[in-house]
Write a protein that binds this ligand. Structure first.
Ligand SMILES: [Zn+2]
Length: 119
């Protein structure tokens, strides 16, 4: 499905969020336009008549990518420099990003690495 590919191309993930109201599907779990937490593939959301990508989510793709990049960059710098400040920044970006996409595996891994390191 072309919409599945579009979602995958923009955020590298297949699952979207929606609720019983309206006809939108959402890329981000914390979108203020979605109430409830139903998750499914894009294809399944279409079967439920949720066929429009939320404008708000579309506009937040750039922010999501920026958080993802910053989380990775600060984490890599933290490892290279062994600098606590960079670990903290990386951790903050992981948290912000995981509010949007709790299922981002790479970011969950990074967050866990930092938590393990702090113990
Ligand atoms: Zn949305």
């Amino acid at each position: 499905m072309v919409q599945t590919k579009a979602v995958r191309d923009s955020i590298n993930l297949d699952i979207v969020f929606w609720d019983e109201y309206g006809q939108d599907y959402h890329l981000f779990k914390n979108c203020s336009n979605v109430s409830g937490n139903t998750e499914s593939t894009v294809e399944q959301s279409f079967e439920q008549n949720k066929k429009q990508l939320c404008e708000g989510c579309k506009n937040n793709v750039a922010k999501y990518k920026e958080y993802r990049k910053n989380a990775r960059d600060y984490y890599n710098s933290a490892i290279d420099l062994q600098d606590e400040k960079y670990y903290n920044r990386a951790f903050e970006y992981c948290d912000s990003l995981l509010m949007m996409r709790p299922d981002n595996k790479r970011i969950n891994d990074i967050k866990q690495e930092i938590e393990t390191r702090r113990k």
